[in-house]
Design a protein around this ligand. Structure first.
Ligand SMILES: [Zn+2]
Length: 149
């Protein structure tokens, strides 16, 4: 039977949305919370899907290194990239497209989690990304869409 565990990871990051019609066009930041659901078809001999410490070191570790206290900027956003890079020290993560909550959740699901958890017999089918306490996005793999992949 599939069993899942969820790790909540909090981080702060700045961004802006290129082409946004309103206030998200300006540089600003959020206190984000990612909820990453890790699933396995059973447990290990200890009774775990995966040790929470592994999720912390691998996924929180990745977010801490690349996103936390950094700016996530659209890689086509030359003005914002130049502006942020003009201040040292700074941390910029060039994002493939606009760093919306939806796209950040998708990026964690598709790019980060499979690599970070590759050594384990688990999969991540769902990532929830809270941008504010009231707004979140969900990236989830559809049922029957190659649940092992
Ligand atoms: Zn924002």
């Amino acid at each position: 039977m599939p069993l899942s565990v969820v790790r909540r990871i909090s981080f702060c990051a700045g961004h802006r949305l290129l082409g946004h019609e309103g206030k998200c066009a300006g540089l600003h930041g959020h206190n984000y919370v990612a909820e990453i659901e890790v699933t396995a078809d059973g447990t290990d001999d200890v009774g775990r899907v995966i040790d929470f410490a592994e999720v912390k070191s691998r996924l929180k570790g990745w977010i801490d290194e690349y996103w936390d206290h950094g700016f996530l900027l659209n890689r086509d956003d030359e003005a914002a990239i130049a502006a942020v890079r003009s201040v040292e020290p700074t941390k910029v993560f060039l994002f493939p497209g606009n760093p919306t909550a939806e796209k950040m959740a998708e990026y964690l699901l598709e790019e980060v989690c499979p690599k970070a958890l590759a050594p384990f017999n688990v999969r991540v089918d769902k990532v929830v990304l809270w941008e504010t306490p009231d707004c979140f996005a969900v990236a989830a793999k559809g049922q029957g869409q190659g649940a092992r992949g």
